[in-house]
Write a protein that binds this ligand. Structure first.
Ligand code: C2E
Ligand code: CA
Ligand code: CA
Ligand code: CA
Length: 275
């Protein structure tokens, strides 16, 4: 027990203290990285199995901190959400990805992740609209990825925000499908265009009957609801075979390409260039 200033008594353990300090450091370094232009987007291909051609890319945030080294989004996104930094950060991601995609000769799709916190802000549809306008990106090339958990927090509000975004002509994908709550009701109630089968099912596909049953059910469900479906985290031929056998033809994963700086995919987005 620590006596802090006046009469306030603060309980703490040194471990909590350290974790807290580390989070504070991450948050303040992340803020600096955003201000100083030290964040980067990597782009991962989304392919069609029939011709193995890239149809779109998902933008994924990368942060290489001078002090901390490479910090994974799984680590820093939750902290950005807690501190509210996710709002300017998410806007930076959206703007950067839209301007990038608008510059491509090949008009491929672009997927951008939205945080639950962004989905609670009434300004979001206006932000999306002005970024589309400024960048000149065709709205139907943009797909925003949201999770079920983000939607059920405040369903009425996120529903209104999502349908305003959809009116702009933007597509919505349900990310990490099957890992949250109330999957079926969510699909019925929200204006979703595509389901992303979570990689936790895909990577167990071979030799795990339950994962196979879940993936089959999700594919059938999307067909019955006339939604598109894509599998994420596809790494092996066996996984791909299972998916195509069950008529899921859109795929994303290390088998088709890692998230890389867009310069590595220059020949795809600028197919006429000779270099
Ligand atoms: P996510 O949206 O589900 O993204 C897929 C994650 O799986 C990415 O991890 C990607 O690099 C990884 N991945 C792709 N293919 C494979 C594969 O074949 N095998 C395996 N094992 N993994 C694969 P990453 O880039 O570390 O991102 C983790 C999570 O951080 C994302 O999960 C997303 O929830 C969040 N995130 C990343 N960028 C952003 C962003 O710009 N905004 C927001 N709000 N969240 C982001
Ligand atoms: Ca995603
Ligand atoms: Ca995902
Ligand atoms: Ca995920």
């Amino acid at each position: 027990v620590k006596q802090s200033g006046g009469n306030d008594v603060v309980f703490y353990s040194s471990e909590m203290d350290e974790e807290y300090r580390f989070k504070r450091q991450l948050a303040s370094n992340l803020r600096l990285a955003l201000e100083n232009g030290q964040l980067e987007l990597h782009y991962q291909p989304q392919c069609h199995v029939d011709d193995q051609e890239i149809r779109s890319f998902e933008a994924l945030l990368r942060w290489n901190d001078p002090e901390l080294g490479q910090v994974s989004p799984g680590r820093f996104i939750p902290i950005a959400e807690e501190t509210g930094l996710i709002i300017p950060l998410g806007e930076w991601v959206l703007r950067t990805a839209c301007f990038e995609a608008a510059s491509w000769k090949n008009p491929l799709g672009i997927g951008v992740n939205l945080s639950a916190v962004q989905l609670q802000k009434h300004e979001l549809p206006d932000v999306v609209a002005s970024i589309l306008q400024e960048s000149g990106l065709d709205p139907n090339r943009l797909e925003l990825e949201v999770t079920e958990t983000a939607l059920i927090h405040n369903p009425a509000r996120s529903m209104k925000i999502l349908s305003d975004i959809k009116k702009l002509g933007v597509r919505i994908a349900m990310d990490d499908f099957g890992t949250g709550y109330s999957s079926l009701a969510t699909l019925q109630n929200f204006p979703v265009d595509r389901i992303k089968i979570d990689q936790s099912f895909v990577n167990k596909l071979v030799g795990n009957a339950q994962a196979g049953a879940i993936v089959r059910a999700v594919i059938n469900l999307s067909r019955d609801l006339a939604l598109d479906v894509i599998a994420e985290g596809v790494e092996t031929d066996e996984q791909e075979t299972f998916l195509t056998d069950h008529d899921c033809r859109a795929v994303q994963g290390y088998k088709y390409g890692y998230p890389r700086p867009i310069t590595d995919y220059r020949h795809i987005v600028h197919p006429q260039d000779d270099n």
